[in-house]
Design a binder for this molecule. Structure first.
Ligand code: OOG
Ligand code: MG
Length: 262
């Protein structure tokens, strides 16, 4: 760690205020160039603590920058991990207020829900599949608090990996009855196809993202508890959305989920 506790708390407060007030900011590494990974995750942890102190419930976890498309879009090479609070959840086919967000983008994701704990290091894809209750389609709405989505890895980790909203729906399926590598996804905006791909876009197999999350937490002495909802990462580039847009995700064998921006 290179930052002191007061600085970490101040950065967490600043980034969470930006989220709550839909204000953008410059990436925090400009003022804190020596920030390390532990600092970045400590700021994210500070945001989580602030939300929990106000009564928020943590309803899930996410992996980000897990696809080659997203790594290319953001110009980076390592996955990152964040948390999902109850206030991020949008009901299936529900509405999301665009004015509450800065510059939201939608991305299609395969969502895992666990039925047994997962622990790393050494967690594998087959352990993830055995510990998964079901998979289902999800749309994540990312909304970086950084101006024009311009950040580096440590800044975005501190900003809870741009987490903002998510919707899940469709038909929950046992992942062992599917080949998640060849599971096709088609995302439409206002009836037009804007993104398409297959499960293998995420690290060769989306369960790999969950294994990497377990391994990341394992290094910190934490596990993924049973009953955790996990967004395994955008399968395609993220698509900008405006008020009035309707986004629909079709996932092969799992039906669809959607939301509208108002
Ligand atoms: C970081 C969050 C990326 C994903 O699924 O890849 C993410 C960002 O691109 O702002 O959620
Ligand atoms: Mg995502």
């Amino acid at each position: 760690m290179s930052l002191d506790t007061a600085t970490i708390e101040a950065l967490a407060a600043h980034l969470e205020d930006c989220e709550q007030q839909a204000h953008d900011t410059l990436k925090i590494t400009l003022d804190h160039p020596d920030m390390d990974w532990a600092d970045a995750y400590a700021v994210q942890e500070g945001i989580r603590r602030r939300k929990m102190a106000r009564g928020a419930r943590i309803v899930g976890l996410k992996a980000g920058l897990t696809s080659f498309a997203k790594m290319r879009q953001m110009g980076i090479e390592t996955p990152i991990f964040g948390f999902l609070a109850d206030s991020f959840a949008v009901p299936d086919a529900g509405q999301c207020r665009h004015a509450e967000l800065i510059h939201p983008k939608a991305e299609p994701e395969i969502v895992f829900v666990t039925k047994a704990p997962l622990a790393g290091p050494g967690c594998t894809i087959s352990e993830v599949l055995a510990a998964t209750d079901f998979v289902l389609p999800g749309i994540e709405i990312i909304d970086s608090r950084y101006r024009d989505f311009k950040f580096d890895l440590k800044s975005v980790v501190a900003d809870n990996c741009s987490s903002s909203r998510f919707v899940v729906g469709g038909i929950p399926r046992d992942p062992r009855a599917l080949d998640l590598r060849t599971t096709g996804v088609v995302m439409e905006k206002n009836g037009q196809v804007v993104a398409l791909g297959a499960g293998a876009a995420v690290l060769g197999h989306p369960a790999n993202a969950v294994a990497m999350l377990a391994n990341h937490l394992g290094l910190r002495g934490e596990t993924i508890p049973a009953g955790t909802l996990i967004l395994s990462g955008g399968l395609t580039e993220a698509v900008s959305v405006q008020a009035g847009d309707h986004v629909m995700l079709h996932m092969q064998g799992m039906g669809c989920t959607s939301l509208a921006f108002v």
